[in-house]
Design a protein around this ligand. Structure first.
Ligand code: FES
Length: 350
């Protein structure tokens, strides 16, 4: 322990940074082990499990630069695919404060990173971690009667909360409804069945007989927990909407791209990506898509306005948020380019 602390301090030493300039200590230590970085949070995959036919569960050992997460939050995960760094955000299923991070990733969305990890993840692989965020979390004072509802891969932040409360020795009254297509696709079923103090109900939307039939409705709510004090729902937008129809103040998180409320309208405006000197003509799509079309490779993660990894400085012009429809006219501001489209000429520091 003492040796580890000493090594960590030595790596962060300003003198060592000076001596190893201009590249810094990390560029040398990562030649020995790619997770030996003091400035960049990274993790090594130490185990790979396949719980269901269309998901992969990764156990990650983070380095000392990773500062942890709160149960329910999401993390940006970066992998290198064909020489390009790709970032997506995922919610850990592991308990808050656990030494290892557990991620369960579904391949069913056809996403580049999730499909790559399902097919290629193996022990020893190193991934980048950053931008922990999200407010889909429990209050410090845990409610006394909590209902969790999840669909598909929305189960992961719920597992993190349940495991965290289990580790705390929680005596709260907890019910959990999880929807999957079939029993074969229901992750964590055995662990949930054995989890003390949690009333678990399964609903299967395509095949198999569960505890509940069909989609979430008033009967499901009554069967799981009538009049809960707090409700947390994570899953596709339709599930979130169904829960909110009965519990308007439910806390929610959805990892499925939201439908853009404002239709894409090409303004023909001039988009200037000022850092790179690239200019494009607006075709109505989000600035991220148009930047990529123009040959740029801006950092991005969720591509749905959640993780903020695509945030860039708009230095002039007007943009519309395609999710909310809000038009933003501030002279200079940070915008999430994955969900922002130009309204006329615009300049972006990219
Ligand atoms: S990529 Fe996540 S907010 Fe834009």
């Amino acid at each position: 322990m003492f040796t580890q602390t000493l090594t960590r301090r030595a790596r962060r030493s300003p003198l060592l940074e000076l001596l190893t300039g201009p590249h810094g200590v990390d560029r040398y230590t990562e030649l020995v082990d790619r997770t030996w970085t003091s400035g960049e949070a990274r993790a090594k995959v130490v185990a790979v499990r396949r719980q269901t036919p269309r998901s992969v569960t990764l156990i990650l050992e983070p380095n000392h630069a990773f500062t942890g997460f709160v149960a329910g939050q999401h993390i940006n995960l970066t992998v290198e695919i064909d020489g390009r760094r790709r970032t997506r955000c995922y919610s850990p299923a592991s308990a808050q404060g656990a030494t290892h991070i557990e991620l369960t990733i579904g391949s069913h969305d056809g996403g580049l990173v999730s499909t790559y990890l399902c097919d290629n993840a193996r022990p020893g692989m190193v991934v980048g971690l950053d931008s922990v965020g999200g407010d889909f979390t429990l209050p410090a004072e845990r409610p006394t009667r909590i209902l969790f509802v999840s669909g598909g891969s929305g189960i992961t932040p719920v597992m993190s909360m349940l495991r965290t409360m289990r580790d705390e020795g929680s005596d709260r009254e907890i019910a959990f409804i999880h929807y999957a297509r079939s029993p074969e696709e229901a992750c964590y079923a055995d662990e949930l069945a054995a989890m003390p103090g949690v009333h678990v109900m399964h609903g299967y939307t395509r095949a198999g007989a569960g505890d509940l039939t069909g989609h979430f409705d008033a009967d499901h709510l009554a069967a799981a927990m009538p009049e809960p004090e707090a409700v947390y729902v994570c899953g596709p937008p339709a599930l979130v909407d169904a829960v909110r129809a009965h519990v308007p103040d439910a806390q929610s998180e959805s990892f499925v791209p939201p439908a853009f409320s404002a239709p894409a309208q090409a303004t023909g405006g001039r988009i200037s990506f000022t850092d790179s000197g690239v200019v494009a003509t607006d075709d109505g799509r989000p600035l991220l898509a148009q930047a990529e079309e123009a040959g740029l490779t801006p950092e991005s993660g969720c591509r749905m306005g959640i993780c903020h990894s695509c945030t860039r400085r708009k230095t002039s012009g007007v943009v519309r948020n395609l999710v909310t429809g809000t038009v933003s006219t501030a002279e200079e501001e940070d915008v999430q380019i994955c969900v922002s489209a130009p309204v006329g000429d615009v300049e972006i520091a990219l």
